[in-house]
Write a protein that binds this ligand. Sequence first.
Ligand SMILES: [Fe+2]
Length: 290
Amino acid sequence: MRKALASLLLAACACLARASTVPVDENLVALFADLHVTKDAHQPHQRAGLAQCVQDVLACHPRPANVLFYGDLAFNHGATNDYRLLKELVKPLEDAGLRWSACLGNHDRRAAYLSVFPDRKGAPPLVPERLVTVVKTPHADFILLDSCLEGPVHGRLDEAQRAWLQATLAHAEKPVFVGAHHSLSETGVAGLLASNAVCAAYIHGHQHTWKQLKEKGVETLCLPSTGHWGDIGYVLVKLSSAGAVFTLYQRDYYTPRPAATPAEAKPEWQQRVQKNNGSQWSVAFTHQKK
Ligand SMILES: [Fe+2]
């Protein structure tokens, strides 16, 4: 018994040693969206999907230094228990020394989120009463805006955020990926972004679909969901001085939920995964440093 325990301990130490030798790359960023985690026994696929994406990111070599969550972290109405579960599910990222940042979606609620993650409030917040985050990387920054209206499905930005964004872009020294949970048509900043050469593209969730559009002169990217419905997976961004390459890692597609057995999965679901998985989208950095 003692021997078995000793060999288990040795194996655990070896695992830890291996984990600590995996390099972290500041020029790699993983993008997750529409996590929708819940402890509901009848909804296991959302938490399994996020857990799988976390494991996939940890299996990267090197690992991305940052993981960004583009809203709808909670299942439906921002229940505190959903955020408690989120805390458990993202712990492996934290344990590995990766940083995560999030914006909120229509299924989130600020007070419940902050009750579980009080350090996410910002001291002081960049915009009063809103959760806005700037994630800096060597070649480009990511701005996560707060389009959550705490009830309605649609999203919007308040005037204070709009003013903050305008001032922030005016002083930006490197390309910026602006983003929020909701699409550009809902956040209504297309004109502002199109007139700022520093804005490289707009990134959002909400539609659970790997999709790129050019909207009113702005390049946009919609992300898959980590496990709720639609395109299922995550996106890895590789940044350099020349630009960014977004690669889709899609492992499933289902709607409104996964088939009960593999045999019941629709053939077109698997075809979509085969077509999408590994797709890339590139953004060139044309903006020169000030
Ligand atoms: Fe969603």
